[in-house]
Design a protein around this ligand. Structure first.
Ligand SMILES: [Zn+2]
Length: 165
């Protein structure tokens, strides 16, 4: 994948938000920036624990802010940058939001399986099977830096600490 300087700059911003999430009280190290026409329209980190809201993933938080900012629920032409491959919920929300392109850093295979809800289906499958044919998905931008924020694929995590079971 040939990334542009702009892609890298926005992913750096997403990483900054993720690190802020990691340092924050009740926020988590996943960062997301939604950009349109060269400007941020929404951004955030994972706020699930802060709001006791299982839907407050970084991508949803950023989408809500973008929608409020634009007073519009359609984000056509927008690019969503996120430090971790979007889960099924966030992928579906991106489809509904009419986002034009999703760029993620660390992929499913770079991190522990507890970050995903489905055994086999992943972001790619959700998009491939959607009615939309105008949504691009590209992964692996600054993957190593992003993956460093997460538990590794082979790390031993006690079952009670796994988010997805
Ligand atoms: Zn998600």
């Amino acid at each position: 994948m040939a990334w542009t300087d702009e892609d890298e700059a926005w992913m750096r911003r997403a990483l900054e938000l993720a690190r802020r999430g990691e340092a924050g009280d009740g926020t988590n190290p996943i960062g997301c920036v939604i950009v349109r026409d060269g400007a941020v329209i929404g951004e955030g980190c994972n706020e699930v624990d802060v709001h006791h809201d299982p839907t407050a993933h970084a991508e949803i938080v950023a989408m809500r802010r973008a929608g409020a900012h634009l007073a519009c629920d359609e984000l056509r032409g927008a690019v969503l940058y996120t430090t971790l491959q979007p889960c099924g919920m966030c992928t579906m929300a991106s489809i509904w939001a009419k986002i034009g392109r999703i760029v993620f850093g660390a992929g499913r295979d770079d991190v522990h399986k507890m970050y995903f809800e489905d055994r086999h289906l992943d972001t790619v499958d959700f998009i491939r099977d959607s009615f939309r044919d105008d949504l691009a998905l590209e992964g692996g931008l600054m993957a190593r830096e992003c993956a460093a924020l997460y538990v590794g694929p082979d790390e031993d995590v006690p079952k009670e600490e796994q988010f997805n079971v």
